[in-house]
Ligand binder design. Structure first.
Ligand code: GLN
Length: 483
């Protein structure tokens, strides 16, 4: 495993390695492994190396590197990096080059991070296995016959396969947490609005949120601290109050004594794999030894989360993807069309794969006059009830614990022809997006067989508590398996 951000920063500053060596080694790993894994859609070899040389020159001048300087990061190919392709793993944007940096990229660049390249995803972030990419499926480094989860499967696989130390993904219904769980790493979806979405190719704007993947919880805290905050380019981004800011030292200490965590009975259902259940129970037992108190809680509208999500999300997808019209962005059939309607029809038919098409149709239907109030309107009401479930529970507890996914990574091809079973992949993750609260997936203490993650959720902007609780298990896991 690559070291953590702090360890890497130390080895740069005490000259036990150079930035160039780390970047070269990581590029070599990509070179040897990624033909099979397919986590990257583009690798920035030359740029990454020249950036590394600049940082080494800084070290040679006797200066120290800041924490994120020289940290190798991969980025989901739905987030814009100026001058590079941003394909969203779609034919529609195959030849589209970003003309500006997403706000998160701008902030990471200012912090001196090194971008290694762009990672594969389910087309326009629609999917749970990274099989819906126009550029081929990504494989899970833990078992290459299996999926890495999705939609940020390329990001997760790049970190799990040591082809990046950190990756930046996006989560609309679980796309950071589920792949983190299936590949055995940490994935954080911050509170809606904590991180600017400017420069993220929109899927469902009221649910989308950018967040980090890492091996260690503390690294996700460092990245969040770098990318979070109000951005005038995203009206939904939040100005953080002082009490909402992260205290990294206290996260590191992970003092969880006296914290109360809810176990929602609706999430511990029959369909969960026995291995997953066992691993979560073990985590709960370990938390108890650290002084965490557990109480059973109820989130009564949980069963409506997936159906609600699959109305609100496609509604927003259908409007967001209307911009891909063959005129302004991406693939265009203008030259081969007789009239404007044909430009639209032909460009969209050729540019979009089946999953975006399915969701555009579904979304257009639920928003159509006559159906709007019975589908979209109703779903917005249920969303409110789901939100209130969480508000009620967080009046009693600091956090909630659940499995991230009901099972471990499934085989490539297993669910591709069954969209409903693929949609059920989101069963434990979508409610947090509907409620706008933060969620994190952390590897359990099980170290046999395929990776299993557990999920923690807290109230809005309570990432401090979320990360503190997550760090407690991360510390134990690290001591157990890395000594
Ligand atoms: N799997 C979910 C979906 O297909 C979540 C996707 C996401 O979070 N981007 O919509």
């Amino acid at each position: 495993m690559l070291p953590s951000i702090e360890q890497l920063n130390q080895s740069y500053n005490n000259s036990s390695t150079t930035v160039k060596k780390v970047v070269e080694d990581t590029l070599a790993t990509i070179n040897s492994k990624d033909t099979e894994i397919n986590s990257y859609t583009e690798v920035f070899n030359t740029e990454a190396l020249s950036q590394a040389e600049k940082l080494d020159a800084k070290l040679a001048r006797g200066e120290k590197l800041g924490l994120l300087e020289g940290i190798p990061i991969s980025v989901k190919d739905a987030i814009l990096i100026e001058g590079h392709k941003a394909t969203a793993s779609s034919r529609m944007l195959e030849d589209y080059t970003a003309t500006y940096d997403a706000t998160v990229i701008k902030k990471l660049k200012e912090a001196g991070a090194i971008f290694l390249g762009k990672t594969n995803l389910d087309e326009f972030a629609m999917g749970a296995s990274t099989e819906n990419s126009a550029f081929g499926a990504t494989r899970n480094p833990a078992d290459t016959n299996r999926v890495p989860g999705g939609s940020s499967g390329g990001s997760a696989a790049s970190v799990a396969g040591d082809m990046a130390l950190i990756s930046i993904g996006s989560d609309t219904g679980g796309s950071i947490r589920q792949p983190a769980s299936l590949t055995g790493i940490v994935g954080l979806k911050p509170t809606y609005g904590r991180v600017s979405r400017f420069g993220l190719i929109a899927m469902a704007s009221s649910l989308d949120q950018i967040g980090p993947f890492a091996h260690r919880v503390i690294d996700t805290a460092h990245i969040l601290q770098t990318i979070e905050g109000r951005d005038e380019m995203d009206a939904t981004s939040a100005q953080l109050e002082t009490s909402q800011l992260l205290d990294i030292e206290s996260i590191r200490q992970a003092n969880v004594k006296g914290m109360r965590v809810g176990i929602p009975k609706e999430y511990f259902i029959d369909g969960i794999d026995a291995d997953v259940r066992k691993a979560i129970d073990e985590v709960i037992e370990v938390y108890k030894t650290l002084g965490v108190e557990f109480v059973e809680v109820s989130l009564p509208h949980t069963e409506y989360a997936v159906p609600t999500y699959y109305i609100i999300m496609p509604a927003e997808v259908s409007t967001n993807l209307a911009r891909f019209d063959g005129i302004r962005y991406g693939l265009s059939e203008l030259q081969n069309s007789q009239d404007l309607q044909e430009v639209y029809r032909a460009s969209r038919a050729k540019g979009f794969g089946n999953e975006p098409l399915r969701r555009i149709m579904l979304g257009t239907y639920v928003l159509s006059s006559g159906y709007y109030s019975s589908y979209y309107g109703k779903a917005k009401q249920v969303q409110d009830m789901i939100r209130k479930d969480f508000t009620n529970v967080f009046a009693e507890v600091d956090a909630i614990i659940t499995p991230t996914s009901p099972h471990t990574a499934f085989n490539i091809g297993e669910k591709v022809n069954d969209p409903v079973s693929m949609y059920l992949e989101d069963i434990f993750t979508v409610a947090t997006n509907l409620a706008g609260i933060p969620g994190i997936s952390v590897p359990t203490l099980s170290n046999s067989g395929l990776p299993i993650g557990f999920q923690l959720m807290t109230n809005h902007f309570e990432e401090q508590k979320l990360l503190t609780l997550a760090q407690a298990i991360d510390n134990i896991r690290y001591d157990k398996f890395n000594n």
